[in-house]
Design a protein around this ligand. Structure first.
Ligand SMILES: [Zn+2]
Ligand SMILES: [Zn+2]
Length: 132
């Protein structure tokens, strides 16, 4: 295993030893935030993310992160939804809303199509030339 390296914390930019994604201070803060959110949700399972954020002073982005890593289980809270990663529409599953997913799928398909039509030939020819 590689030794932990120094890096800048993505949240507060502080230099820290990278044993986790964020520095100790931010990690502790995040844990406190999680507790606040969890306590509020236990009392008001019918809350929305906006009220939850206002009442706990935890940002919607942070709450969304807790949902994404599975610390908040969406199924338990009927009114909880969070913004789509791409357009900000409120959603209940996945990272993006269904219309953004469609757009991404279409774009990916288009790129793959273009890849197979001419890019591959060029790349293939390029590589074989060097292999000879
Ligand atoms: Zn930090
Ligand atoms: Zn979207």
């Amino acid at each position: 295993m590689a030794a932990p390296k120094l890096g800048n914390c993505p949240k507060c930019r502080k230099l820290y030893l990278r044993i986790r994604e964020i520095c100790d201070d931010c990690y502790q803060k995040q844990d406190e935030d999680y507790l606040k959110v969890a306590v509020y949700l236990r009392e008001y399972p019918g809350t929305t993310i906006q009220v939850l954020s206002d009442e706990t002073a935890v940002s919607i982005a942070q709450i969304r992160h807790f949902i994404m890593i599975g610390r908040i289980i969406m199924g338990n809270f009927p009114n909880l939804s969070y913004p789509c990663e791409t357009c900000g529409n409120m959603i209940k599953t996945g990272r993006t809303c269904s219309s953004c997913r469609d757009t991404i799928q279409q774009l990916t398909a288009k790129i793959e199509q273009e890849d197979s039509s001419h890019d591959r030939d060029i790349a293939g020819g390029y590589i074989t030339k060097y292999l000879k």
